[in-house]
Design a protein around this ligand. Structure first.
Ligand code: LMR
Length: 399
């Protein structure tokens, strides 16, 4: 059966972690996979998660199957945390959620749902998270990449992006990043989101918002602007949500798909297909992570603790952005890297090409994804100058 099966290369992001671990150089720096880390390189379990987990374990009386919407209370808690309990789409029942195995599970289900309902293609601004493509392609969706980020100006090229959106029609889907754009850190402004809503109303395409870093940009409410405004003003919307980063539940594979229909009946119909597709792929989501999230969000005390910890993590990433820019100023790269302080979330894209990224790895032991995506969490006061000096020597003579 498998005599001719070829050997695939390691995953572009996950494979980097293994390569970093195997590197014996003491000066090596891991700017790869999007996992939050403290200054001493740890990814601790959040205290709110630890406490909620204990309550979940203490209260657990069965390991019988969870229902298709996931752990009890999870779907409602996520809807209310993301959209708000008094959002019209939540109150009217137009917005429904179901727990998924991570944000990846949500993306794959969304792709399957769109393929099943006859969507023509999904338009994505370039560059995007490398795993968007396989997740959506493998569900049968055709992907069309359009310009989003201008590598020369290190900023969103909204004019070109909007121009492409104006060519789409009612059978089209547009994938948007909720906040903390991966890999660029360059988000749409609220005013640009409003323009996208106007174009969607005019052209009839369906926006699908992938939000994997809720709370890491400006705050939980501010980061939800795009989904709240779209759920309010558009007849239909899909949202894929990850609890990996903001709850630190990476390995528990906890996420959600949120379906907003034209009315409550349409939303129930959409959800019935999501359940049916999930049943054909993995039956039902794993319970543990969902139970933890639900426990946190229903307790005022735990929710407060979680919000404080999340705000601290987001602050620490901002501190690292500042560290990098200050060091760049010292080492003559100030005007090349100043934009990094204006961006959001764990990632920014350095103005490098794949060859330079390979040299950073081979000559300096500095690991970054693809064409220069860095996870700011890997920067520390101790390594930032070595990083910037290495960058300066690789980027020497450019621009
Ligand atoms: C990343 O972009 O590094 C993370 O979302 C982890 C992953 O699965 O790729």
């Amino acid at each position: 059966m498998f005599a001719d099966t070829d050997l695939l290369p390691p995953d572009a992001i996950l494979g980097l972690t293994k390569a970093f671990q195997d590197d014996t150089r003491e000066s090596k720096i891991d700017l790869g996979v999007g996992v939050y880390r403290t200054v001493d390189g740890r990814t601790p379990v959040m205290q709110a998660v630890e406490k909620a987990q204990q309550l979940v374990i203490n209260g657990e009386t069965t390991k019988a199957y969870t229902p298709p919407e996931g752990a009890p209370g999870f779907a409602k808690a996520i809807l209310e945390s993301l959209l708000g309990a008094d959002h019209s789409a939540v109150v009217s029942g137009r917005a429904l959620a179901a727990q998924t195995p991570g944000g990846c599970g949500a993306l794959r289900l969304a792709g399957e749902l769109l393929t099943r309902t006859g969507a023509r293609a999904i338009t994505i601004g370039a560059p995007t998270w490398p795993n968007h493509k396989p997740l959506l392609n493998m569900s049968g969706m055709k992907i069309e990449m359009v310009p989003y980020y201008n590598q020369a100006t290190c900023a969103v090229d909204f004019e070109s992006f909007a121009l492409e959106l104006r060519k789409l029609g009612p059978k089209d889907v547009v994938l948007l990043h909720g906040c903390c754009h991966n890999p660029t850190g360059a988000d749409l402004t609220n005013a640009q989101v409003d323009v996208v809503i106007e174009i969607a109303l005019e052209r009839g395409f369906l926006p699908m918002v992938d939000i994997a870093y809720h709370g890491f940009a400006k705050g939980l409410d501010e980061d939800a602007y795009i989904v709240r405004a779209m759920a309010e003003r558009l007849p239909e919307l899909l949202i894929t949500y990850s609890c990996s980063k903001n709850f630190g539940l990476y390995r528990e594979r906890t996420g959600a798909i949120i379906m907003v229909g034209a009315d409550a009946d349409r939303a129930v119909a959409m959800r019935s297909h999501v359940y049916n597709i999930a049943r054909g792929m993995y039956s039902m989501p794993p319970a543990h992570g969902g139970a933890i999230v639900s426990e946190i969000l229903r307790s005022e005390e735990l929710a407060d603790m979680w919000r404080t910890e999340l705000a601290e993590m987001a602050d620490n990433v901002r501190v690292n952005r500042r560290l990098l820019v200050e060091s760049a100023n010292k080492h003559g790269l100030g005007n090349r890297l100043a934009y990094i302080q204006e961006q959001y979330g764990m990632f920014s894209l350095l103005p490098m090409d794949e060859v330079e990224v390979a040299v950073m790895k081979s000559d300096f032991g500095i690991y970054m994804v693809g064409a220069g995506r860095i996870n700011l969490c890997g920067i520390t006061p101790a390594n930032v100058d070595y990083l910037v000096q290495s960058l300066a020597s690789v980027m020497q003579g450019k621009g």
